[in-house]
Structures are given as C-alpha cells and as structure tokens.
Design a binder for this molecule. Structure first.
Ligand code: ATP
Ligand code: MG
Length: 270
C-alpha cells in the first residue's frame, strides 16, 4: 500500500546551510498493518509523512501510495489517503456534523452517499453525542475525533497520523488508540508517528526507529528485541540513538583528521 524507497529531503536552511532532514529512508506498509515511525524531536517523522501526503516534494528517492507516485500523481495519492495531525483546523461556528459534511463535499461526494457515510463514521468514532456541537465548544479530544472523521470521510485505504495523541489526556489518547486499532481490523493501512514508546509497543505491527533523518532499524517489536538482544524497549531505543550519534561523531572526527592530514601534506583544497 505504501512503498518508500531511498527517500531524501534536504532543506536549504539559512542558518544551517543545506540540511538533510530525511536521509535515504526506505520502508513498506501493507494493508491491515499499523506502521509506527518512532523518533525524538527533529528526527524527520513529519517530513516523511508530509511527503507521503504530497504536501512536500522529495529531493530524491520515490514514494508511492496505493500504487500512485507522490511526485507524478499527487491528486490520485490524495484520494487514497487521510491525514490527521494534532493541529488540524476546526472551524468554531460549524458543528462537527457540518464540518465533516463540508469536507466530504470537497471530495466531490454526492449528498446521499455522504449522509450514510457520515452516519456510519459518527457511529464508528463514537461521535454522536456531539454531532451538533459547534467546533468552538468541542473539547480537545472531540476536536481530534472530528479531524479523524474529516480525514476518513472519503473512505481512503491509507491513513496517516502525525503525533495524533499530542495534547490529549491519557483517557482520550487511549480511546484514540483503540479507534486506530479498529481501523486496522477493518483493513486500512495505517502509518503513525510518535515519540511515545508505549504507543508503538501497544499498537504497531512494525516499527521504524528514526533519528537525525535516518531509519536506524525496522521490524516487529519481537524482531527488534531479538536482534539487539535487549528485552527492555526503552533501553533498546536509547541504545540505538546513542550508537548512531557516536558513529556520526566518529565520521566527523575522521573527516576533520583527514582534512588536517591533507593540509599538512600541502593540499591547498583541504
Ligand atoms: N521548512 C524547513 N526548513 C528547514 N528545516 C526544516 C524545515 N522543516 C523541517 N526542518 C528540519 O527538519 C528536521 C526534521 O523535522 P521534522 O519536523 O520532520 O521532525 P519530527 O521528527 O517530526 O520532529 P517532532 O517530533 O519535533 O515533530 C528538523 O531538524 C527541522 O528543523
Ligand atoms: Mg513532527
């Protein structure tokens, strides 16, 4: 359903110069699978997800969603995905029902189809008690459900959640994770990013651990634990991060040493 191959995104940043936010990332996600991107702040998770949702274009590499390339066929990709972040705008004056209807209309859905789709969506996400409440009066958790309904209204096979539980209390977050789990059962392909380890442990079929733009390892929780001979996932996670940082520091030192060697050997370009 999702195929990402050697995906790279570099930004020309004023202060940092050319900055590689995503560096040759590859992974696949199947139908009925929940794939988790786990990484600390700045790892590149949002950048990957934004490329998948066609908001950003990759510098190199490819990504396809439901068989469509994000670069050459973005409109078809958008028809096949729903994107949920933690800061989707909810209009204060529209009720939950009106807002989701509005987005369904934007997707070109006919009124009749839309009506029955909304009924089942509001049941599925348990949103009926606030269907006529205006956006301005919804709680954070309710708003998040509206964002999910909005992302799902056209019934896309792929759902992308970027830190969707951020700012939710434990109970609401738990409820949201249950919803995500139910979506897997219904055959959706789900990818979500988080920096919360317990979420990926509970929910994900496979996990990619990301840091400084790279995927450090990828696999089921069991795979990862076996491969690194570490049963404590938190230890495993931080271990991988610090190994990567040491390798990067090593490369930096090597490059500096090589430069100074070349300089002392009279190389003017060093
Ligand atoms: N428009 C931009 N210009 C320059 N650098 C950017 C831009 N957008 C993101 N970055 C940089 O790319 C890197 C990855 O950012 P990204 O938002 O993908 O990380 P993230 O894993 O989602 O982090 P978080 O957990 O904080 O959401 C960061 O160092 C960020 O500063
Ligand atoms: Mg992010």
């Amino acid at each position: 359903m999702i195929q990402v191959d050697q995906l790279t995104k570099a930004y020309d940043d004023l202060s940092r110069g050319r900055f590689v936010a995503v560096d040759q990332v590859s992974f696949t996600v199947k139908r009925g699978e929940i794939f988790g991107l786990l990484g600390p702040n700045g790892a590149g998770k949002t950048t990957v997800l934004r490329i998948l949702s066609t908001v950003l274009t990759p510098t190199s590499g490819t990504a396809t969603v439901a068989g469509y390339d994000v670069s050459t066929n973005p409109a078809a990709v958008r028809r096949n995905i729903g994107f949920v972040s933690n800061n989707t705008a909810i209009y204060d004056r529209m009720t939950a029902w009106e807002l989701v209807t509005y987005f369904g209309r934007l997707h070109g859905m006919a009124r009749g189809t839309l009506q029955s789709r909304l009924e089942s969506l509001f049941d599925q996400l348990r949103m009926n008690e606030f269907r006529n409440v205006p956006g301005g009066k919804l709680s954070t958790g309710m708003k998040q459900k509206v964002s999910i309904a909005r992302a799902m209204v056209h019934d896309p096979p792929v759902l992308i959640f970027d830190e969707a539980t951020l700012g939710l209390d434990v109970l609401v977050a738990r409820n949201l994770l249950e919803v995500i789990n139910e979506l897997r059962i219904s055959g959706k392909c789900l990818i979500f990013s988080t920096h919360i380890m317990s979420e990926v442990q509970r929910l994900c079929d496979r996990i990619a651990i990301m840091h400084q733009g790279r995927i450090l390892d990828i696999g089921t929780l069991k795979d990862l634990k076996e491969r690194h001979n570490e049963d404590d996932f938190e230890e495993l996670f931080f271990g991988l991060l610090s190994q990567h940082e040491k390798r990067q520091d090593g490369k930096q030192t090597d490059a500096n040493e090589e430069k100074s060697l070349r300089r002392s050997a009279g190389d003017p370009s060093a």
